[in-house]
Ligand binder design. Structure first.
Ligand code: 2AM
Length: 503
């Protein structure tokens, strides 16, 4: 056996991850169901890639497996779902005891739990690993979120640490400048063993849910500047560029500044902003929906994350919205406030909402930890999101700090840094939402995040009435404010006089 590791699935993510591994000095066997793709990839590497001698293509699955040193490590980067099961089934007859399959696709964590169980019963290891950072991340340093057993992780760890994104140990900023054949040396690796079985894929899913809301919040800020303040894309792009120098500094703010200042290449006059030509319907592949659905299942109020998924669904109703726009009328108000002050307020609304969104993501992971018997280290999770992934941001260091100050932190909003940030920004946050409402501009994620903040800080919410309603029509019983918790009562509503009974 001559290769250090194998990889199945040579779409872009698989190709780039294989190249990243080869760049780090490992010899890697590659295989794809359709051999043409392997041949094309090998030809491309030979012509263009300095590390091509460490990449070995196979057309035969058995030869591919045989080439790998034992215990074998085989990475799958095939389509999530049935393709992953089909690939595992094809590999099984060729594997030997303690071989490790690593699924780097966007698998549903419950599938990962099932696969880990099945393979472990057969004497194999299975690591479901979140891989974040898109194509560039895979090539030059992704954020890697592996699950699986500690033993399997020990075997994979050196490679995963080498190929992951690197951040500066002090500032947490991602180290950049990797080139083909020249990976980054030093820095802190954005990977860690997240937990057993499906924990890695779960955390990757929540990362994606948080990414949905992060993007939606940026879009709402953009929409207010465009529709309320009447700014053009280029002007708005400059605001984002400035924001990227401050507390909002992040990959998504950075690319937004770049996107907004892009002219339409299809217009030779150079008078058109690119973003104004992009159709306003967003696609989705399901990980945001999984996050929101699981929040509903576990009873975690991740309303802002869900709102971001619904915002994409609403965007997809393009024809209906166009038709409705000539029937359903909103207000038409001139904008009369101080433009600079409102731009600053929008930045505050964005930051506060982002804190709430992350608070929800971490609440969800906290509940999932109990539900699925994982031991998650939230500070470490924030840390491995600092580089490589789409949500990388200066802000994540604050989350790591919050959890190292208090590993038992109940909610991110209760950490003093975040509490103060919310207190400082809330007047502006409220003002922006009030203005948006008056102008008829939808800001579902801003307002949903504020409702979460206001709800979470309310010692009393109107559920007293709700529970009374439930007791009225369904005899669902209630507890009393002047009695210990756990003592239930029912009022005999149809009778007069109404008599309370202890249950
Ligand atoms: P292909 O090139 O042979 O289609 C992304 O689609 C990757 O997943 C590709 O490498 C693709 O292989 C692989 N893939 C998709 N469906 C698959 C299946 N049912 N079995 C194995 N590989 C599959």
């Amino acid at each position: 056996s001559t290769t250090d590791i194998g990889l199945v699935g040579l779409a872009v993510m698989g190709q780039n991850l294989a190249l990243n591994i080869a760049d780090h000095g490992y010899t890697i066997a590659v295989y794809n169901r359709s051999p043409e793709k392997t041949n094309e990839f090998m030809a491309h590497c030979k012509a263009n890639e300095p590390s091509h001698e460490r990449l070995i293509g196979f057309a035969d699955l058995s030869e591919f497996v045989q080439s790998i040193k034992r215990p074998r490590k085989i990475i799958l980067l095939v389509k999530a779902g049935a393709a992953t099961d089909a690939t595992i089934d094809a590999l099984l007859p060729h594997l030997e005891k303690d071989d490790i399959i690593i699924d780097g696709g966007n698998a549903l964590w419950t599938d990962t739990i099932r696969r880990e169980k099945d393979l472990s019963a057969k004497g194999f290891e299975f690591i479901g690993s979140g891989v974040s950072g898109g194509e560039t991340g895979a090539r030059f340093g992704p954020s890697l979120m592996p699950g699986g057993t500690a033993q399997a992780w020990a075997s994979l760890e050196p490679i995963w640490r080498d190929i992951a994104a690197k951040v500066d140990p002090v500032t947490g900023a991602q180290l950049s400048g990797a080139e083909p054949g020249k990976p980054i040396e030093g820095g802190v690796s954005c990977t860690a063993h997240v937990g057993s079985d499906g924990a890695g894929h779960y955390v990757k899913m929540v990362h994606n849910g948080v990414e949905y809301i992060d993007m939606q919040l940026i879009c709402e800020g953009y929409s207010l500047m465009k529709n309320m303040l009447g700014m053009n894309a280029g002007e708005i792009g400059q605001v984002f560029e400035k924001w990227n120098q401050g507390k909002l500094s992040s990959f998504l703010i950075e690319i937004t500044a770049d996107i907004l200042q892009q002219k339409d290449p299809a217009d030779a006059t150079g008078d058109t902003w690119f973003v104004d030509k992009v159709l306003d319907t967003a696609g989705q592949k399901g990980t945001g929906m999984w996050t929101a659905a699981n929040a509903l299942e576990l009873g975690v109020p991740a309303n802002a994350i869900a709102e971001a998924v619904f915002a994409r669904s609403l965007s997809a109703l393009k024809e209906e919205r166009v038709a409705a726009s000539s029937i359903l009328k909103g207000p038409t108000l001139p904008f009369e406030s101080d433009r600079e002050a409102i731009i600053e307020a929008i930045g505050d609304a964005l930051y506060s909402s982002k804190i709430c969104a992350y608070a929800q993501g971490f609440q969800l992971m906290k509940e999932a930890e109990k539900e699925y018997n994982w031991t998650l280290d939230f500070g470490t999770i924030a840390q491995i999101w600092r580089g490589g992934c789409i949500i990388r941001a200066a802000f994540l260091q604050k989350i790591t700090d919050a959890y190292s100050n208090n590993p038992e932190l109940k909610n991110l909003m209760l950490d003093s840094y975040f509490t103060n940030a919310l207190h400082d920004a809330q007047n502006n946050w409220r003002e922006v939402i009030a203005l948006a409402v008056r102008h008829g501009i939808p800001v579902p994620a801003f307002s949903s995040a504020l409702a979460y903040f206001d709800g979470y800080r309310s010692a009393v919410v109107p559920a007293n009435l709700l529970q009374a309603q439930r007791d009225y029509f369904g005899a669902h019983t209630y507890e009393r404010t002047d009695e210990p918790r756990g003592q239930f009562y029912h009022l005999d509503w149809p009778q007069t006089p109404r008599v309370q009974s202890k249950i």
